[in-house]
Write a protein that binds this ligand. Structure first.
Ligand SMILES: Cc1cc2nc3c(=O)[nH]c(=O)nc-3n(C[C@H](O)[C@H](O)[C@H](O)COP(=O)(O)O)c2cc1C
Length: 191
């Protein structure tokens, strides 16, 4: 079994990265293969609404000039997908939005290619807007016929400066529980 996580923060080793790591380490301990893909800070453009993916139906975005198709391939190869984002103006980072819009459209063009994979959002936030970010990312999973595990709270951790989320004991515990529930669900679906 395999889980791929996408870090949508341009700050490497920042709070989003720490939260993702917390979820992945639980699953790694249970023998699940994990990988993290850095998308934050990378040139990944938004959807241009050409709808060529709907004509081509080849599992790819027709705009093959950035890392998007590599991300789609990694999503397709995984049993679970984590989308991690910092909260930016009460929503997700633009890189995660670009990833969602384009991979989501490719999925729809190809008979819902992420159907029944397990999906989870992970959100870093200083103060407010993380519930909206969490909800927005979950729209990607639920409209794509994916299955979303819960935790003991919505999947967010609080911190502003790099590493501050390590002081949010509840946030870290939520990520640990998310990792346990995601592993449990993966075992039922793909084990
Ligand atoms: C452009 C920008 C917008 C932000 N908007 C918000 C916001 O709406 N609400 C909030 O609580 N924090 C906001 N923040 C703070 C980040 O969400 C917070 O520092 C988070 O921990 C960053 O995660 P990272 O270390 O993974 O980058 C913003 C930060 C930036 C750079």
């Amino acid at each position: 079994m395999k889980v791929v996580a996408f870090n949508g923060s341009p700050r490497k080793n920042g709070n989003t990265s720490i939260l993702i790591r917390q979820v992945l380490s639980v699953m790694e301990d249970k023998g699940i293969e994990v990988e993290t893909v850095q998308v934050g800070g990378k040139p990944i453009r938004g959807c241009i609404a050409c709808f060529k993916c709907m004509e081509n139906k080849n599992g790819k975005c027709a705009v093959d000039k950035d890392m998007l198709n590599d991300c789609v391939d990694r999503m397709a190869a995984a049993d679970g997908i984590i989308l991690g984002s910092p909260t930016y103006f009460a929503c997700m980072s633009p890189e995660i939005k670009a990833l969602i819009d384009r991979s989501g459209m490719v999925s729809r063009a190809n008979d819902m290619m992420f159907r029944r994979k397990v999906g989870a959002a992970v959100v870093a936030v200083r103060r407010a807007g993380s519930v909206h970010t969490f909800d927005s990312i979950n729209h990607f999973f639920t409209i794509g016929e994916m299955i979303v595990p819960g935790s003991s709270y919505w999947n967010m951790g609080f911190g502003r400066e790099k590493g501050e989320v390590n002081d949010d004991a509840e946030g870290l515990a939520v990520m640990k529980t998310l990792g346990e529930n995601m592993a449990w669900l993966l075992e039922k679906i793909a084990g």
